[in-house]
Design a protein around this ligand. Structure first.
Ligand code: BGC
Length: 495
């Protein structure tokens, strides 16, 4: 099928991997990850089959929100290396067929960005959103300028003023999108993007982190993520799959059981409905990314979900027509670690602790490579203290490991484009197991609960079409019945 989607053609087959630069790989032993560390581990990514890396913000920052508070968009944070090191990393990755997506934090800057420092002294500067009176959510000016500014997240993150589509008499700070400040900001963003993309990257893709694919794609992005929050449905589609009540939890989140849980109390229908609607709205224009986790919410291995329960989730991720995104460490089943202290803005509330998803990548048994060489006060975050914690080295040596399963699933998706974004999907059973046919040709079953499940299927069973197992753990198709063990998955090709 020829894609009619605009944007770079490589994106349709992309397998994304998110690298949190602080904690991925530490080449110089200072306790914080760096560009050279990532470069040293590119072999891991190419062995796994990943071809696209999302690198979290790596620019100059006081790190009060872990780098989402930028003071200079054109200069990497020294902790990660120099521009030359970033360029060398991108080039080394390119030689291995891996693209690197840089993260442009466009909604706000640090309050120590020179733009904001200037705006806080000058009433005529409208690059940020200022109010003459103390309105809800606004923060007092830190400079000689009177008034209050609007933050976007933490108070140290003033929102950039891109203007508003509609004015409001109650909110007199709303400026039109063609006012001077919004125009200056758009020009600045174009300058920043040109600065990095003009280093000969003509086939770049633009991904949003909005959590609202239909809106982001219609706004011109090539793809957007399902996230645990954001959008009209407040992240419900993704949470209905993964959020088991452990790890990062907002008080207002619905806590009915998610689909991927051992007791089998969930339903995939919430996700299926939301995905169907977003897919229809983005069809032909862009893609939806389905992440295992990210730096803002719990890992796949959170609370009671661990070990053998993870493979069915990953089988779903790699056989669904969304773009798969693996959060670093989820390919080995790294655990979300509860109760860690706040690091650079990671703790947002009593139950909302992002630190547990940001711990150092577990490369090897023992103290984790590189990070261990640091003195205790320079550790960015502790490594999982559990002596049985998963690590890359041990799983590489074990063909039955989750790491090898993920590698096989990625190579399966590559070998059979009908399992990727181009092919259709027909859901046969929206329960335990979830059973669907991709591209009229592949029968897929995932059973994330402990109990087995049996479903009558017709194709490839009762009508003489044989089924050929492509990648199976614990699923059989016998006499028109699909029988799925607890915690199983199967991908079959229909004859
Ligand atoms: C990031 C968060 C960050 C927030 C505010 C989001 O896009 O994913 O980690 O805290 O922006 O800066």
């Amino acid at each position: 099928m020829t894609s009619t989607r605009p944007g770079p053609d490589w994106l349709a087959d992309a397998v994304l991997y998110q690298i949190y630069p602080q904690t991925f790989a530490d080449s110089d032993g200072d306790g914080i990850g760096d560009f050279a560390g990532i470069a040293e581990h590119l072999d891991h990514l190419s062995w796994l089959g990943v071809d696209t890396v999302w690198l979290n913000p790596c620019f100059a920052s006081p790190f009060r929100d872990a780098g989402y508070d930028v003071t200079d968009y054109l200069t990497p944070a020294p902790r990660y290396g120099r521009t030359e090191d970033l360029v060398a990393l991108v080039e080394a990755a390119r030689r291995k067929g891996i693209r690197i997506l840089l993260d442009l934090v466009a909604g706000h800057t640090s309050d120590r960005h020179p733009w904001f420092l200037a705006a806080a002294e000058d009433r005529a500067d409208h690059r940020y959103i200022w109010s003459d009176r103390q309105a809800d959510g606004f923060v007092a000016s830190p400079g000689s300028r009177p008034g209050w500014y609007l933050p976007n997240f933490f108070d140290c993150q003033p929102a950039l003023n891109f203007g508003y589509a509609r004015g409001s008499s109650e909110e007199p700070w709303r400026q039109p999108v063609d006012a001077e400040g919004p125009r200056a900001n758009r020009a600045a963003l174009r300058g920043i993007m040109a600065h990095w993309l003009d280093r000969a990257h003509p086939r770049a893709a633009l991904l949003a982190e909005w959590g609202e694919p239909a809106a982001a794609v219609s706004a011109g992005f090539h793809a957007d993520f399902f996230l645990h929050f954001g959008g009209n449905d407040h992240g419900l589609p993704l949470r209905s799959l993964w959020n088991n009540g452990g790890g990062t939890v907002e008080e207002f989140w619905q806590q009915s059981p998610c689909y991927f849980e051992a007791e089998g109390r969930g339903t995939p229908q919430t996700f299926l409905d939301a995905w169907r609607s977003a897919a229809e709205l983005t069809e032909g224009d862009g893609y939806i990314v389905l992440p295992t986790a990210n730096h803002d919410f719990s890992r796949l291995a959170t609370g009671p979900r661990s070990g053998e329960q993870l493979a069915p989730a990953l089988a779903f991720l790699f056989t669904w027509p969304t773009l798969p995104a693996v959060y670093y460490g989820d390919e080995i089943g790294m655990r979300y670690l509860p109760g860690l202290p706040d690091v650079e803005g990671s703790v947002l509330g009593p139950r909302y602790n992002r630190a547990g998803s940001r711990t150092p990548m577990q490369w090897a048994p023992g103290p984790s490579a590189g990070f261990s060489a640091a003195t205790p006060d320079r550790f960015y975050l502790p490594v999982d203290p559990d002596p049985r914690r998963p690590d890359v080295l041990s799983q590489r040596a074990d063909p039955t490991s989750l790491l090898h399963t993920v590698r096989r699933l990625i190579s399966l998706r590559r070998a059979h484009p009908g399992l990727g974004t181009a092919g259709g999907v027909e859901v046969r059973h929206a329960g335990y197991p979830l059973v669907y046919v991709r591209s009229g040709r592949y029968l897929v079953a995932v059973n994330p609960r402990r109990e087995p499940g049996v479903v009558r299927v017709v194709d490839g069973t009762g009508d003489g079409r044989p089924v050929r197992p492509l990648e199976v753990q614990g699923v059989r198709v016998v006499d028109g019945e699909l029988r799925a063990d607890g915690f199983s998955y199967g991908v079959f090709e229909l004859g």
